[in-house]
Design a protein around this ligand. Structure first.
Ligand code: ATP
Ligand code: MG
Length: 613
C-alpha cells in the first residue's frame, strides 16, 4: 500500500490495485440487497441519521436553508478527480451512488475532487459533467438544490480547520525532507520514527503553517502532518501528511493557494461538509478508513463539523476484459496518438462508448448486473456487448447496407426498370412503418454471400442455385464475369418475377438462403468504421505490464459500403441494425446526411470467442 508522501505528486491518493435524484425512468426491476444496502438499512433503523440538517450550499441561494431538516434520507456522492475522462469503471460508481440515493429518497452529489492542480483542468471537468448527464443522472432537484460541488470551494474552510487541528495539538509542521519523511515512516514490520519537529509548540506550528499559506516557503520544504502514532501498525496512521507546499496554478482558484490539501485530509472533510451519509469508495481506501474516521472525529471535537459524521464503505473496483480502467493509462493512449482522442470509439471511456454507439441504458443495465462485491471483479467485454445488443434490438430500425460490395446483374431485367420494394422498419413493430427502396438491374451484394466453389451447406449465391433477395425476389445465379486477370467483376442472375416477398407467390419457390442487397440506382455510399479490441490481450495491463506494448494494430478498419436510401434520414448518434451485419451508429461528430459516416457498435452475435481461434 502506497502512503502519502512529501512530494505528494499524486496528492496522496492510494495507488490503484486492482426526490429522486436523476434516476432514469426505465430502472428498476427488483432491488437486490447487498452489503451496502444492509449498512444503510441498519443506519436508518438505528435512528443515527435522524435529525440531520441541511448544509445549504455556500455561495448559492441554498445557503438560506442551512440548519433546516435535510429533505434527503441519505446522501451519497460521486467524487471524480478532473484529471481525465471517465471510464466504464467510473460508470459503475456513478450508477451505484445515484441509484442508491434515488432508491432511498436521498440525493447524490457530483463533486470534483480538484485538489491536485497540476493534472487537472476545465476540459476534464466539462467532459465529466457531460458523461454523467449522458448516462442519465442529474444532481439538481425540484426544490432548487443543485448538488454540483468542487473541493476547491472548500480551500479556505480546509485551511481554517487545519488551524483548529494545530491549536488542538493534532497537527504539526514537519521540516524534514521528503526523503527523511519516507525513511522515518518505517515499514510493514518496523514502526516509524518520530520527526524531530513533532513536538514544536502550537505557536510555532501556527506561525509556520500561516507562512506556508502566505507562500513564504518553497515547494517541498515543509508539510503539515497529523499527529497520530508513528508506531501504528497501519502505515496510513503514521502521522499522515495533510498539506504540502505546491506553488501551482489551479484551474479554478488560480494562484490564490501555494499549499494544497492531501486526499486523505480533503476527502473526509468534503464528505462531512456536504453532509454525506455514506461515502462509497473502492477497496484500496479500506486501509485509509481509520484515518478518515480519526480525522472527522478530531475536527468534530473542535466544533467545525456537524454530526452525524459520514461513514465510508468500500466495494471492489469493476474491471472489464480488453479494457484499462485507469485515467493515467488511458491518457497515455491519447498522448501517444494511438487513438484519436479521449472519445475515440475504441476507448472504454464513457465518451468513447457513447461515440461507439453504446446506449446509456445498456451501460446502466450492465452496471446493475455486475452487482456490488468485496472481491475484485473482472467481467468479460462480451457481457457488455451482449447487453448493448439486448437494449438496441427492440429499439432500432433495420437497414440494408452492403459493407463489402460486389455487383450483381439481373440479366432478365430492363436497365430502365425500377421496382419499389418495401420492408418494415422493425420486424416486431409494424406501427413504425415501412422503408422503401428500389430494385433495378444492377444491385450490390456482400462479397461473402457469393461463392463460386461453395463449401458444403452454402445456401447463398452460387452458380445454378436459387436464393431470395430479402424483401425482393428469388433469383437464380447464372454465372460470373471476370476481368483480364481473372478477378471476379460481377455476378449474374435471373429473377423469378412471381416470387415477390409479401405476395402469394413468394412461397411458390422454396429456397434456403436469404441475402440482403441494395440497388445501384438508389444506394448511398457510406463510410463504415469497424472496430476490434484496442488490445491484443484480454488483460492489457495485468501484472504491471505497459498496455502500450499490447496494442492491436488492426483495431480500426475503414471501408466504403452502400446503404439503402433511408440512411439519409439518420441523425448523428442514431443506431440501426444493418441486417445480417451488426449494429451501427451514425458518428456523433463526422456524420452528415450528405456524407454518412457510421461506426460499428457491435456485431449481431458474440465475436470474442472466434477471435482467438
Ligand atoms: P483512475 O485511476 O482512473 O483515475 P480513480 O479511482 O483514481 O480512477 P477518481 O476520479 O478518483 O478516479 O474516481 C472517482 C470515483 O470512481 C471513486 O469513488 C472511485 O473509487 C470510483 N472508481 C474509479 N474506478 C472504478 C472502478 N474501476 N470500479 C468502480 N469504481 C471506480
Ligand atoms: Mg487514480
Amino acid at each position: 500500500m502506497k502512503t502519502s508522501d512529501a512530494s505528494g505528486a499524486a496528492a496522496g491518493r492510494p495507488a490503484d490495485t486492482g426526490a429522486a435524484s436523476g434516476r432514469p425512468a426505465e430502472a428498476n426491476t427488483a432491488t437486490v440487497s447487498n452489503f451496502i444496502r444492509q449498512a444503510i438499512d441498519a443506519d436508518l433503523a438505528s435512528q443515527k441519521l435522524a435529525g440531520r440538517t441541511w448544509a445549504g450550499k455556500p455561495g448559492t441561494a441554498d445557503v438560506q436553508r442551512a440548519g433546516q431538516a435535510d429533505p434527503a434520507r441519505i446522501r451519497t456522492r460521486f467524487p471524480p478527480e478532473p484529471n481525465g475522462f471517465l471510464h466504464i469503471g467510473h460508470a459503475k460508481s456513478i450508477c451505484l451512488n445515484f441509484e442508491l440515493a434515488a432508491d432511498y429518497g436521498g440525493r447524490c452529489h457530483l463533486r470534483f475532487d480538484d485538489t491536485n492542480p497540476e493534472k487537472e483542468n476545465q476540459e476534464y471537468v466539462d467532459a465529466i459533467i457531460d458523461s454523467v448527464r449522458w448516462l442519465g443522472f442529474d444532481w439538481t432537484f425540484p426544490d432548487g438544490e443543485s448538488n454540483l460541488y468542487y473541493a476547491s470551494d472548500y480551500f479556505e474552510t480546509f485551511y481554517q480547520i487545519a488551524l483548529k487541528l494545530i491549536e488542538a495539538g493534532h497537527a504539526y509542521v514537519d521540516s524534514q525532507t521528503g526523503d527523511e519523511i519516507r525513511e522515518n515512516r518505517g515499514t510493514l514490520t518496523e514502526p516509524g520514527r518520530n520527526s524531530p519537529f513533532r513536538d514544536r509548540s502550537v505557536e510555532e506550528n501556527l506561525r509556520l503553517f500561516r507562512e506556508m499559506r502566505a507562500g513564504q516557503h518553497p515547494d517541498g520544504s515543509m508539510v503539515l502532518r497529523a499527529r497520530i502514532d508513528m508506531a501504528s501498525p497501519n502505515i496510513n496512521m503514521r502521522d499522515p501528511i495533510l498539506y504540502r507546499v505546491r506553488k501551482a496554478h489551479h484551474h479554478r482558484t488560480g494562484d490564490a493557494w501555494p499549499i494544497y490539501p492531501m486526499y486523505d485530509y480533503a476527502h473526509p472533510l468534503e464528505d462531512a461538509l456536504e453532509r454525506i451519509t455514506h461515502s462509497l469508495c473502492t477497496l484500496e481506501f479500506e486501509d485509509h478508513r481509520p484515518l478518515y474516521d480519526w480525522l472527522l472525529a478530531r475536527v468534530a471535537e473542535t466544533g467545525m463539523l456537524d454530526e452525524p459524521l459520514p461513514r465510508q464503505i468500500e466495494f471492489a473496483r469493476m474491471n472489464l476484459t480488453y479494457t484499462i480502467t485507469s485515467k493515467r493509462k488511458l491518457k497515455a493512449l491519447v498522448d501517444e496518438g494511438i487513438v484519436s482522442g479521449w472519445d475515440d470509439p475504441r476507448m472504454t471511456t464513457i465518451a468513447g462508448l457513447r461515440r461507439r454507439g453504446f446506449p446509456p441504458a445498456a451501460i446502466r443495465l450492465f452496471c446493475e448486473r455486475a452487482g456490488i462485491s468485496k472481491a475484485s471483479q473482472l467481467i468479460e467485454m462480451a457481457v457488455l456487448e451482449q447487453t448493448v445488443r439486448e437494449v438496441l434490438d427492440p429499439e432500432v430500425d433495420r437497414l440494408h447496407v452492403i459493407t463489402d460490395p460486389i455487383r450483381l446483374v439481373i440479366e432478365n431485367m430492363d436497365p430502365a426498370e425500377r421496382i419499389i420494394c418495401e420492408a418494415p422498419r422493425h420486424p416486431h413493430h409494424p406501427e413504425r412503418g415501412v422503408r422503401r427502396f428500389e430494385l433495378s438491374r444492377e444491385l450490390w451484394i456482400e462479397r461473402e454471400d457469393f461463392a463460386e466453389n461453395p463449401p458444403k451447406g452454402f445456401f447463398r449465391m452460387t452458380p445454378g442455385q436459387m436464393v431470395r433477395l430479402r424483401h425482393g425476389f428469388v433469383v437464380r445465379c447464372t454465372g460470373v464475369d471476370r476481368d483480364a486477370n481473372g478477378e471476379i467483376l460481377q455476378v449474374r442472375c435471373e429473377y423469378l418475377p412471381d416470387t415477390r416477398s409479401g405476395t402469394p407467390g413468394a412461397d411458390s419457390v422454396k429456397v434456403k438462403g436469404n441475402i440482403h442487397w441494395v440497388s445501384a440506382s438508389d444506394a448511398v455510399p457510406v463510410e463504415l468504421r469497424i472496430f476490434a479490441p484496442l488490445f491484443l490481450d484480454a488483460q492489457p495491463d495485468a501484472g504491471g505490464r505497459d498496455p502500450l506494448e499490447n496494442i492491436n494494430p488492426e483495431s480500426k478498419t475503414v471501408r466504403t459500403g452502400y446503404a439503402e436510401p433511408l440512411i439519409r434520414e439518420a441523425k448523428p448518434e442514431q443506431q440501426f441494425q444493418f441486417e445480417r451485419q451488426g449494429y451501427y451508429v451514425a458518428d456523433r461528430f463526422d456524420h452528415t446526411a450528405d456524407k454518412p459516416v457510421f461506426n460499428r457498435v457491435t456485431t449481431l452475435k458474440d465475436s470474442f470467442g472466434k477471435k482467438k481461434g
